[in-house]
Design a protein around this ligand. Structure first.
Ligand SMILES: Cc1cc2nc3c(=O)[nH]c(=O)nc-3n(C[C@H](O)[C@H](O)[C@H](O)COP(=O)(O)OP(=O)(O)OC[C@H]3O[C@@H](n4cnc5c(N)ncnc54)[C@H](O)[C@@H]3O)c2cc1C
Length: 304
């Protein structure tokens, strides 16, 4: 059944939730649609240590607090995975796995997913010792040897989380300098069960039915070594969740969504915010900010 709304928010992470609260306050007839877990990526952040009001809080606890804000404001989430977004005349048409939706204005707040390393057997070993989420799967590796591949903040935080669970943790990164914060690197360096190897890249994942090791190569000397272990966590960056966008000139070459200062895309009435934007720093407070700015301008757009 086709459902009609004034506005649709796609994604119930910090950006979508921030926007939903403002639209509700303004009395707009809207839906917030999410195909995953409310709170978005915050659910898989082992530890959030820069969210205003908390010195430090586990990601799932903060995600629940964000979700509670929706519940306290009588906002329910429509559970659907959107497969296409098109525009017909003045209306946006969203087709999901379960339903179709129409709206005069849409906010895309669908975030990102983890980028694959791109090595052979990566897909076959996924779920058999290879995971992209330490918080979700780290407990399976209690007392085992594990490798994190990556050097950004997310990779470093997931590595710290894993270091409390596993027997030995290898962290490999392709450069000698880490992209993530120095504090996190120093925290990792102090741990007795952590070996940091730079500048190394993985060149082969080993294992038939499940992970048994990784062959890594030094980027400067080209020397290779094989490390026997039971778990691999590739955390090498993110790709935007935007393949459903079927409207021309919305996505840039990387699939992220450029916006103006009002969070509006090149298409009138179509807004975007949070991690789907082309930006170097992806953070909860930025996503919330974007959701607030976008919703204010969605309300202005509807008034016109
Ligand atoms: C390990 C880790 C640690 C982090 N630590 C911190 C930290 O300490 N501090 C900090 O500020 N930030 C941290 N972040 C980053 C932070 O989580 C993100 O910047 C933030 O969640 C982005 O919010 P968002 O609303 O843009 O997207 P997301 O939180 O990614 O939410 C997007 C939502 O859209 C939904 N969705 C996607 N595609 C579709 C579709 N087609 N149909 C329907 N729904 C869809 C998803 O299910 C998801 O719920 C961390 C991230 C990770 C991975």
């Amino acid at each position: 059944m086709m459902e009609n709304y004034e506005a649709i928010i796609l994604g119930a992470g910090p950006c979508g939730i921030g926007a939903a609260l403002k639209l509700k306050e303004a009395g707009i007839n809207f839906a917030i649609i999410d195909g995953g877990t409310p709170g978005g990526k915050v659910n898989i952040a082992p530890r959030v240590d820069n969210y205003p009001g908390f010195k430090e809080i586990p990601g799932p606890d903060l995600a629940f607090k964000l979700f509670e804000r929706l519940m306290n404001n009588d906002i329910s989430i429509t559970a659907d995975n959107i497969l296409s977004l098109e525009k017909e005349g003045d209306l946006f048409i969203l087709k999901g796995e379960y339903d179709e939706y129409r709206a005069k204005t849409v906010l895309i707040a669908t975030g990102t997913k983890e980028r694959k390393v791109g090595l052979e057997r990566e897909d076959e070993l996924f779920g058999h010792g290879l995971s992209y989420c330490a918080l979700c799967d780290g407990h399976f590796f209690k007392g085992e040897d594990v490798m994190v591949i990556g050097g950004g903040n997310a990779a470093l935080k997931e590595a710290i989380h894993l270091s409390h669970i596993v027997k030995h943790l290898y962290v490999i990164h392709r450069r000698n300098e880490f992209r993530g914060s120095n504090n996190l690197v120093e925290e990792l360096k102090k741990k007795e069960n952590v070996t940091i190897l730079t500048p190394y890249i993985p060149i082969k994942f080993l294992g038939e039915d499940k992970v048994s090791g990784v062959v890594i190569q030094n980027k400067e000397t080209e020397e290779t070594k094989t490390i026997e272990l039971q778990g691999i966590f590739p955390l090498v960056g993110q790709i935007p969740n935007t393949t459903f966008v079927k409207i021309d000139n919305v996505l840039d070459i990387k699939g992220t969504i450029p916006v103006d200062k009002n969070m509006e895309t090149s298409v009138k009435g179509l807004f975007a915010g949070g991690d789907v934007l082309p930006r170097d720093i992806r953070q909860i407070y930025l996503a919330e900010h974007d959701g607030n700015v976008a919703s204010k301008n969605m309300i202005e757009y509807l008034k016109k």
